[in-house]
Design a protein around this ligand. Structure first.
Ligand code: TEU
Ligand code: CA
Length: 532
């Protein structure tokens, strides 16, 4: 990391899904104390910041993304004292802590919603989005929930519908209400005062809604009515997502966190890079955005490279780069599911590592994990439990494999909250940590190289011409990153003579000639110019 500029300049983040990281008290559910005890591992790995997915009180219909109290810790995951201890240990290790803030919706168990349900005159009624039925008595418009069915549920007592872009148990807040805005200012300050270094903002692109609640246009045929994501993506979400008013809210948040030096990272689920870039381009709202296209993709290397390049060029320091998170299949599974897919994942990560912004790993990505294997009767994600036959998000959420003991060292309970097939020793931290050249050590080496060469994020980036769209290369100062995501070796022309290879994602020989470099398939290399 550099001492110039904000703390996150040059940093690398790591996402912890708290339910599945480490269980300290043997109840099968990961907790804050489990995370605290493993921070030395993250420090050894070389990450700078840890983003912890929600650990707040929650009925758990969406595994914590249905929050019933924004300023407390769920007993399921520990206590505020545990949180304070975690922050203290993080500071000792020079790690930053980011918490996940869920402003689009609360849990239906949140006291605000319980009050709002008392009737149309309740002072909290306007904290949420209520509409009268359509003339036929049905939902007020055609908006659909991400998790299946309409985005509206009828409250029989008042005869009105409330809006929910996710589960009926996740009613959407009304962000045009000034009091709602004030509540969140206080929530952000609460966590900043407790020592957090920033926030990952859930569904940041969804909080404001069209004031007239107009229908979204249907733009694609609904090919699979069982899969809520197929249904959701058949609409162009011009009225329920990505409204201009979102950006205004984040300008206000920027003012709230400025005195603390805290970072705002938005989860922006928009598809087009120009729409995503809007949230960071004026440098007065969010600091960075998650660009999710690489998390949603199967192995389409040419498309991946062109999307990423477009996103980078629109926001050269404004992207938190990810290829994995808790919402989709792991990249190793999406990229083919075999050992070669692991190489593809690491090659993509190394390519992203020099693009500026803040790269993030998702727990277990550094081990080269593919999706966990779960018995269909144990599936827990509402996408599968509420839509028979749909593939949910559980595959990426199985327990972190620490060693080859009982439940891979995650818990002493008979099994984890999300039971899954055990992983072999070679997939665990213990099985890779002391093995030079292991997948884990290659990740660690990549992070060390990045940190040792600040030019990789500080110097201007210049793209190089490449022979095919599955190859990309750029130079930053005296460093160059060349990626070959094709299935065959590629020769890439280099400017100047005198490059030396400082890192390769896989242990394969690289031929550096006078005017070009030959890179094997599914591999990224980092070069340094040492003079002719
Ligand atoms: O996910 C939001 C989400 O579903 C996006 O990935 C989606 O594809 C995009 O918003 C399209 O609009 C977040 C959390 O990461 C997820 O775990 C939660 O279930 C969800 O919000 C609801 O809180
Ligand atoms: Ca526990």
């Amino acid at each position: 990391m550099s001492s110039d500029g904000p703390w996150w300049r040059g940093a690398v983040g790591y996402q912890v899904y708290p339910r599945s990281f480490a269980d300290s008290n043997g109840d099968g559910i990961g907790d804050l104390e489990g995370i605290r005890a493993r921070l030395t591992y993250l420090s050894w790995l070389g990450v700078d910041a840890v983003w912890i997915s929600p650990f707040y009180p929650s009925p758990g219909h969406d595994h914590g993304y249905d929050v019933s109290d924004y300023t407390a810790v769920s007993p399921r995951h520990g206590s505020l004292d545990d949180f304070d201890r975690l922050v203290k240990e993080a500071k000792r290790l020079d790690l930053r802590v980011l918490v996940d803030i869920v402003p689009n919706h609360t849990s239906s168990d949140h006291p605000w919603f319980r009050e709002a349900m008392r009737g149309t005159d309740d002072p909290k009624r306007d904290y949420y989005l209520w509409r009268d039925p359509a003339p036929d008595g049905g939902p007020p418009n055609n908006w659909v929930s991400h998790f299946g069915g309409p985005a509206w549920t009828l409250d029989p007592a008042s005869g009105q519908y409330y809006c929910h872009l996710f589960l009926p148990e996740q009613p959407d807040l009304n962000w045009s209400n000034e009091e709602v805005r004030g509540e969140f200012d206080a929530i952000l300050r609460f966590w900043c005062d407790r020592g957090v270094d920033g926030f990952r903002i859930d569904v940041a692109h969804g909080i404001a809604k069209d004031p007239d609640f107009r229908d979204n246009p249907l733009v694609r045929e609904i090919t699979d009515p069982v899969d809520p994501r197929v249904v959701f993506h058949a609409y162009d979400h011009i009225h329920d997502l990505d409204q201009d008013a979102n950006i205004e809210v984040f300008r206000r948040w920027r003012d709230v966190v400025r005195p603390y030096g805290a970072m705002l990272i938005g989860e922006i689920g928009a598809e087009r890079p120009d729409r995503v870039a809007r949230y960071v381009k004026d440098r007065d709202g969010l600091h960075t955005v998650f660009y999710l296209q690489p998390v949603w993709m199967r192995w389409e290397p040419a498309r991946l490279l062109s999307k990423v390049r477009a996103m980078h060029d629109l926001a050269p320091t404004g992207v938190s780069w990810v290829i994995n998170n808790h919402d989709d299949s792991r990249s190793v599974t999406r990229f083919g599911g075999d050992p070669e897919a692991r190489e593809r994942s690491l090659a993509v990560t190394a390519f992203l590592a020099g693009l500026g912004g803040v790269p993030f790993l998702f727990q277990g990505e550094e081990l080269g994990l593919s999706d966990g294997k779960i018995d269909p009767s144990d599936l827990a994600d509402p996408i599968s439990t509420r839509n028979a036959g749909a593939t949910g998000r559980d595959g990426s959420r199985t327990a972190m494999p620490w060693d080859d003991g009982h439940e891979n060292g995650f818990t002493t309970a008979p099994h984890a909250w999300l039971p899954a097939a055990p992983r072999g020793m070679e997939e665990t931290v213990a099985g890779q940590r002391d093995v030079p050249g292991s997948f884990l050590n290659r990740y660690r080496d990549l992070l060390a190289i990045r940190s040792a060469h600040p030019e990789l994020w500080l110097r201007p980036l210049v793209w190089l011409d490449t022979p095919t769209p599955v190859v990309a290369a750029y130079v930053r100062g005296s460093m160059a990153i060349v990626t070959n995501l094709g299935d065959a070796p590629a020769a890439i022309p280099l400017p100047l003579q005198g490059w030396e290879v400082v890192f390769t994602t896989r242990p394969a020989p690289v031929g550096v000639g006078a005017t070009e470099v030959r890179v094997p398939a599914a591999m990224t290399i980092i070069l340094r110019w040492t003079g002719p």
